[in-house]
Design a protein around this ligand. Structure first.
Ligand SMILES: [Zn+2]
Length: 268
């Protein structure tokens, strides 16, 4: 039985983790269900991609992009609620948390009405905030977005040494989160999802906005008590399916309006 879901998002990581040593991420995804061939939103840019992850639809439906998410709160009358809103509607008093280095996720993608505990700080500070939070709270859903992998891609080039080193550092952070989850006695009844919003270096070594596979392919994996172990997902996985997996894992109906689906074979 899954009581809570952790969604850990690595901005700009694409599917590069398959070429970099990432023992902690591997423990989660390879001991669970995973793919290195996931697909993300178009264009493969953070506003569009995180928008699809939360709202379960492609970008042409949720209409979010980097400009929109920086300026406006997500409309409460949208027919595409985020999984956070879905969870809030089911459990009025539960704890919801989002630790996003990139602040627009907290303000422009997650609806204000969710009363989600939202923190935005640099990765290196965020990790300690999250560990502290996990030690003191029992969230129904906790979302994490680390930003520095994408930053290193833009600065030094995707797949550069600096970029790969940052992936290793974020893998350490994932290990620290797993330790915190275990210490809080939550590991055995949680679903943990790890993914990226997009990759980079497709057409331009320091960018990620074109439809090149290096930009659009993402890894996606989840681990939990009801997840098949060591299952390489054969069906196509899209970033928006994350929303359906969160809802399904917590026993909620998947809204008809979502295009998100639970990829076959993930759950036992
Ligand atoms: Zn970027």
């Amino acid at each position: 039985m899954i009581k809570r879901v952790f969604v850990i998002g690595l901005d700009g990581a694409g599917n590069a983790i398959k070429d970099v040593e990432t023992p902690n991420i591997d423990l989660i995804i390879k001991e669970g269900a995973y793919t290195y061939e996931g697909d993300t939103a178009r264009p493969p840019i953070s506003g569009e991609c995180w928008g699809s992850l939360f709202h379960g639809v492609p970008a042409h439906k949720h209409l979010l992009n980097n400009d929109v998410v920086k300026k406006n709160p997500y409309p409460e009358d949208s027919v595409y609620p985020s999984f956070m809103k879905l969870v809030r509607q089911e459990w009025e008093d539960c704890s919801l948390a989002a630790f996003s280095c990139w602040g627009p996720i907290n303000r422009g993608i997650i609806e204000e009405s969710t009363n989600c505990y939202c923190i935005s700080k640099p990765d290196k500070d965020l990790i300690h905030e999250i560990i502290d939070y996990i030690g003191k709270n029992d969230p129904r859903v906790l979302f994490v977005q680390f930003d520095d992998i994408d930053d290193k891609g833009h600065t030094y080039g995707y797949r550069s040494k600096e970029y790969n080193d940052e992936i290793r550092l974020k893998d350490n952070y994932v290990g620290m989160l797993i330790d915190a989850i275990k210490k809080a006695d939550m590991f055995e009844d949680s679903l943990i999802i790890v993914t990226a919003d997009h990759g980079g270096g497709g057409t331009d070594i320091k960018s990620h906005s074109s439809d090149h596979p290096l930009n659009t392919k993402i890894f996606w994996g989840c681990y939990g008590p009801t997840v098949n172990r060591g299952f390489n997902i054969e069906e196509e996985v899209n970033i928006m399916d994350t929303a359906a997996v969160v809802a399904y894992a917590l026993g909620l109906d998947i809204p008809d309006e979502w295009d998100a689906k639970v990829p076959g074979g993930i759950f036992r």
